[in-house]
Design a protein around this ligand. Structure first.
Ligand code: FES
Length: 120
């Protein structure tokens, strides 16, 4: 279950509560269901958190089931590398998936989605 905080008037983002950082497995991900589609929230070894649409730019593989390494995730279907900071495929592959801002407040993870009227 997710909760939404009031829109941030400075960024226009709705910050969606994902849950405790410790509930996301290290080098793994948790899936957030959103009306516009699934969002994969990743945690790397350094406890950095990233959020991408759970849809590989190659053939739509579930990135949340991929292997996290530093600031990359490797798709479980054909092993494309995707940059967690941008959602872009690593060369020589091309393409990108949507990327969303994240923040951690007092151990709770939030993802920023476009405010009402926008689609992530
Ligand atoms: S679907 Fe992700 S690499 Fe092919």
């Amino acid at each position: 279950m997710t909760q939404t905080q009031a829109p941030d008037s400075t960024t226009g983002l709705d910050w969606i509560e994902v849950g405790p950082l410790m509930a996301i497995p290290p080098l793994g991900a948790r899936v957030v269901k959103h009306p516009s589609g699934e969002i994969a929230v990743f945690r790397n070894r350094e406890d950095e958190v990233f959020a991408l649409r759970n849809h590989c730019p190659h053939r739509g593989g579930p990135l949340s089931e991929g292997i996290v390494c530093e600031r990359r995730v490797y798709c479980p279907l054909h092993n494309w590398g995707i940059a967690l900071e941008t959602g872009s495929a690593l060369a020589p592959d091309e393409g990108e998936t949507a990327c969303f801002p994240t923040r951690v407040d007092n151990g709770t993870v939030f993802i920023g989605l476009p405010g009402s009227g926008g689609s992530p």
